[in-house]
Write a protein that binds this ligand. Structure first.
Ligand code: B16
Ligand code: MG
Length: 213
């Protein structure tokens, strides 16, 4: 029996377009150039760190902490407007089936996400009950690539890090998994990253490689 820790955005659901649309509205208002390439740098990174990356393109008067806080709140309001439209149909059937099959085989499953909206997304998509533990942006002080979010997930599952397999789409997430002493499975962008241990192109492929882990 093993423990699987799944990243959320980019692995189980595809909310990156919602993050992009929400940040784009803020960036446009501040006159900051923001495109999909910059958006890729926000994968797995916390809300506050995401804002700092976006502000690299800001040339106005320096912003106070209160102004930055207000921008993050505004972005989150817009983002949650998109999340409110999510339903169980927003999750690929193959993703749900893969989780169900791993559970059927007796493995423990957790979520390890930087997002403070994790529990809301899982509720909207009816995924909450698929997981034995949830570690997210609300229970960490250090965001990926720091290992805290995955170490907490292992702790909540009652598992040793060496027995945990992390599934990630972001380089920051693979770095976090390796720093935690876990096996790192990469999908999407992370499948092209040199530090990734095992590369998959679809989540379902996890069922084929898991015996080798
Ligand atoms: P929130 P993950 C991450 O989710 C996203 O990839 C990243 O773009 C986002 O900034 C971060 O969550 C924080 O999200 O603003 O909802 O707290 O990939 O770690 O599941
Ligand atoms: Mg991700």
């Amino acid at each position: 029996m093993k423990a699987f820790i799944f990243d959320l955005d980019g692995v189980l659901v595809f909310t990156d377009q919602f993050h992009y649309q929400a940040w784009k509205q803020i960036a446009d208002r501040l006159g900051i150039a923001f495109d999909e390439q910059i958006n890729n740098r926000l994968r797995g990174v916390s809300r506050a760190d995401s804002l700092e990356i976006i502000l690299e393109g800001y040339h106005g008067a320096p912003l106070s902490e209160a102004e930055k806080q207000a921008l993050m709140e505004e972005k989150n309001e817009i983002y949650r407007g998109y999340l409110a439209e999510m339903t169980p149909d927003s999750v690929d059937a193959s993703v749900r089936e893969t989780l169900q099959e791993l559970r059927r085989q007796g493995h423990k499953l957790a979520v390890g996400s930087s997002s403070r909206n994790t529990k809301y997304i899982l509720k909207q998509t009816d995924l909450t009950q698929q997981f034995d533990a949830i570690s997210d942006g609300t229970n960490i002080t250090h965001s990926k690539p720091h290992p805290e979010v995955f170490l907490k997930a292992a702790q909540y599952l009652g598992e040793q890090p060496a027995n945990c397999i992390v599934v990630e789409d972001a380089e920051a997430g693979i770095d976090a998994a390796k720093a935690a002493g876990m096996t790192a499975v990469g999908i999407g962008d992370a499948a092209r990253y040199e530090r990734t241990d095992i590369r998959i192109t679809t989540l379902r492929a996890l069922l084929n490689v898991q015996n080798t882990l």
